[in-house]
Design a protein around this ligand. Sequence first.
Ligand code: MN
Length: 494
Amino acid sequence: MNTTVASGDGRAPVRRVAPFPSLRAWLRHLAATDRLLAIRDGVALEHELAAIAKHFDGRKATLFRHPGGHPMPVVSGLMSNRGWIAEAMGVPPDRLLAAYRDAVDHPLAWREVAPADAPCRQVTIDFAAGSADLRKLLPVPVHSEHDSGPYITAGLVIARNPATGVQNVSINRIQVTGPDRLGVLLLPRHLHAFFHAAEEAGKPLDVAIVIGVDPLTALASQAILPIDCDELTIAGALHGEALDVVRCVKHDVRVPAHAEIVVEGRILPGVRAPEGPFGEFPKYYSAREDREVIEVLAVTMREGAIYHTIVPAEMEHLLLGAIGREATLLAHLQRSFPNVTDVHLSKGGTCRYHLYVQMRKTREGQPKNVIMGAFAGHYDVKHVVVVDEDVDVHDPDEVEWAVATRFQADRDLVVVAGAQGSALDPSTTLGYPDNRPPPQMQGLGAKMGLDATKPLVSSAQVFTRVRIPGEDAVDPDDVVAASGEAALAGTSLA
Ligand code: MN
């Protein structure tokens, strides 16, 4: 499907081709381009699968055909590279944020299909009979060393707002705690609001956990949107055509029809049970606490279903969250500062905490305004570095060089004490007994911004970047005459 994306920066629009409507189509593409590895049989679901997937994360996707002797295959690392995500979207990497933003600005309503036309409804397992066991049905891996058990990490949780009926999609970590019981972490966002509204009315909240979707539907689930904006409509926009959805067997939630596996259930009112510890995106564990509980009602799947797991804190996990955040932060900043040209959430900052902003400064002081705007853009943003247009925000060496040579701490540093940040940042727990802040203090921390732009006016050559005429035009094929021992021919060393 072709769509045209306005570039938003005066450059020519991009014609986009998004040809991967399902997980299977994307897997076939990865296989055809030598980016999918089949891993030998006999790999354990506990730790071993995740260790192998982590080893290849960012370089190859991995396919485990019978992990732990389970008949259902597991795949991982399907979107662990920025270039691959751009490819799935049908744009060059430098158009990725513009294309994502264009989709967010132009949502496309989904199209409901009959169950007979929905691949995810080919097989149905009803849990009402009492004999079904999710732990046997799905090959759910145990990932990190201190995780409390198997976790569904690539489950898109879909629920309807009890007040409006509009759906929401989010990826929540889900612990498999019993044959039909799951523990779930609800951060204070949309799903959390839906459940608390249902719970106050004494009702459960119907949910579907969708495992094994195409890359763009997974990416759309991470869009930063207002409540009552259905992330599946962003998936449609990213695809360039309406997403096919089907009604669940047990309730009214609509799920992507091409999904591999759908776990239908409901979050139980008035019930909490221990969940965690679990190794999270900052590469630390989040503590065991009493959290919400899902009762499983049914599982539907494709014939020969494929299970997808995301290795926590690795690139697939970090990038899925980063793209939507970067697109949102860029749009947010450009509303006030049209001279902001690019943003990047760096890998070293776990793609959440460190924001690099590139801008075309026209007046002194603007970078500090941009820093304050960035803090307001998302509470996870902790440290901001603003650089000039000649500095590549996607290259951490370039950003460090700008800090080293264009920044003076007594003039160019902004510190804000006592702001809301990420509750998963362990440094926010310092000073509390047992490092456990009370709920109202969780995530409280400092923000820091660095203006690493050079002055607009300075003496000649003080801030002139060293370059060598012709350095960007060197063609190795043209200039290399010989290499290795042959390189010495014609010299006294021959
Ligand atoms: Mn939402």
